[in-house]
Write a protein that binds this ligand. Structure first.
Ligand SMILES: Cc1cc2nc3c(=O)[nH]c(=O)nc-3n(C[C@H](O)[C@H](O)[C@H](O)COP(=O)(O)OP(=O)(O)OC[C@H]3O[C@@H](n4cnc5c(N)ncnc54)[C@H](O)[C@@H]3O)c2cc1C
Length: 456
């Protein structure tokens, strides 16, 4: 009987990369996606007729995409993030003595916040670099000092994608279609079916059943563990640790006056610690939030004309979505604090109701089931948290995991890497790595851009 092929559940970054690479190796691939478009968290919202990137905006580690696009049949070996099944012992072996000495200088057992205190006497610099913990949804007080490496990653280049980040997802979808991948949108998967202890198919919300001996799951592994994909698939993922950050975002098309914005802007308050105590300690919205503002028309000329421009504002929030814990009064107060801080820093925005769309942890929870709105899987808290993420090959035969909630972790490039790892694991399960076909695409990434910080 012919192999029914692979079903990929979810067209987020990792799902797209997996689908592309598996199809390029000659496997029949069907992607089932609950939403009506690819990208997952790489969302674009239309506000007042303008497309606003409303998910990731900081794009780094471009080489991962160069690799995906240039060579679908690349061998996966080398650094920790490329390891299919990371363990402490294997990492120590890979690093060797020289690598271990560099790692020990980073102080992996210390928190990021403590370590920054050894390097910076100015508390504002400590605050600025502490923010890197939030890139994987964590608190600077609990994240390991190794996250300082993100500063190095940014120094290697922060890229802007022509057409916005969403264009990256669309481009991968186009390439995957060209390789023969079938995309089914508005097709939520309700159950992963097992027969004789291994995957045999998937059941969609519309009652349809698809045959599959191999399934790549690109949703959050918390959904598997909670039984949202059926009882049989629960054991594919262990119970996950504390949830990472969620967010409240405002996608806006509005005038911005009083302050010259860069593309990436961060507005700090004087009391950084309270933000993380509120979120991780008390599970409530921060009373004094740090505000990230992405001015998406910087560099296009629009921003200088005084015309309405495309903006995304984001503040960190607890992942308590779906529990009825965030009242509209609390969200309005958070909004008030957010825009007051911008005003105190000299920036006036005029987000009329029709020019602004607010997304809350409840919304993120609805979009990404099982998460409570957490955007980065489990929090990266503690020196060994990197080893707690599930590898691509789950304990359930035929079920593979890909996305920001599994190894090597969250963020667009890491999720893409995870998609590669899942595709490699599927191929390994077939006992073959042959039939790699090259892919070609037009470029689209350009413009290094800088981040500015302000505080009040
Ligand atoms: C507001 C925001 C800002 C961010 N900022 C940055 C940034 O600046 N830089 C950066 O690198 N990263 C950033 N991130 C994180 C980054 O976007 C994610 O880590 C990455 O995109 C996750 O990709 P993924 O492969 O895990 O898939 P996801 O984006 O999580 O997509 C999973 C997909 O699976 C689908 N799905 C789930 N369950 C089912 C089911 N049962 N049936 C069918 N479909 C299903 C979902 O609908 C979704 O489309 C940000 C995220 C957000 C939300």
């Amino acid at each position: 009987m012919a192999d029914p092929g692979v079903v990929v559940i979810g067209a987020g970054m990792a799902g797209l990369v997996s689908a592309l690479q598996l199809a390029a190796r000659g496997l029949p691939v069907t992607v089932v996606e609950a939403a009506q478009a690819p990208g997952g968290k790489i969302r674009q919202l239309q506000v007042n007729g303008a497309p606003i990137d409303s998910g990731p905006t900081v794009f780094t580690l471009r080489w991962i995409f160069d690799e995906v696009l240039a060579s679908v049949g690349t061998r996966l070996e080398g650094p920790f993030i490329r390891s299919t099944s990371p363990t402490m012992g294997r990492m120590v072996g890979d690093l060797g003595l020289r690598g271990l000495s560099v790692l020990s200088r980073l102080g992996p057992m210390r928190s990021l916040w403590d370590s920054l205190g050894r390097h910076f006497t100015d508390p504002r610099l400590r605050q600025l670099f502490g923010r890197y913990a939030t890139y994987c949804g964590s608190s600077p007080w609990e994240a390991p000092a190794t996250l300082m490496l993100i500063a190095q990653v940014e120094m290697d280049g922060v890229w802007a994608v022509e057409g916005g980040m969403h264009a990256l997802a669309r481009m991968l979808e186009r390439l995957a279609r060209a390789q023969g991948v079938t995309f089914r949108y508005g097709a939520a998967c309700e159950r992963i079916e097992l027969q004789g202890g291994r995957v045999s198919g998937v059941h969609l919300a519309n009652g349809e059943r698809l045959d599959a001996q191999r399934v790549v799951f690109n949703g959050d592994v918390a959904a598997l563990h909670q039984g949202l994909l059926g009882d049989a698939a629960r054991t594919a993922a262990p119970r996950v640790g504390p949830r990472s950050l969620s967010a409240v975002t405002w996608s806006m098309h509005t005038r911005a006056e009083g302050l010259a914005l860069d593309r990436h802007n961060v507005f700090f308050t004087g009391d950084y610690r309270s933000e993380f105590a509120d979120i991780f300690g008390l599970g409530r919205l921060p009373r004094r939030p740090t505000v990230y503002l992405c001015a998406q028309d910087r560099g296009t000329g629009v921003a200088d004309t005084g015309a309405p421009q495309r903006l995304l504002a984001l503040v960190n929030a607890p992942a308590v979505g779906g529990q009825g814990r965030l009242s509209s009064e609390a969200l309005d107060e958070c909004e008030h604090q957010t825009f007051s801080l911008l005003r105190r820093c000299g920036l006036t925005l005029q987000p009329q109701a029709r020019e602004s769309v607010r997304t809350t942890p409840d919304d993120f929870h609805r979009l990404f089931p099982g998460t409570g709105g957490a955007l980065y899987g489990q929090a990266t808290h503690g020196w060994n948290s990197a080893f707690a993420r599930s590898p691509a090959a789950s304990p359930v035969p035929g079920l593979f995991l890909a996305g920001g909630s599994v190894h090597p972790g969250p963020g667009v490039p890491m999720a893409a890497m995870s998609g590669q790892l899942a595709a490699a694991a599927v191929m390994a399960s077939l006992g073959s790595t042959s039939r790699s076909r090259p892919v070609a695409t037009s470029g689209g990434m350009s413009t290094r851009s800088a981040t500015t910080g302000s505080s009040a």
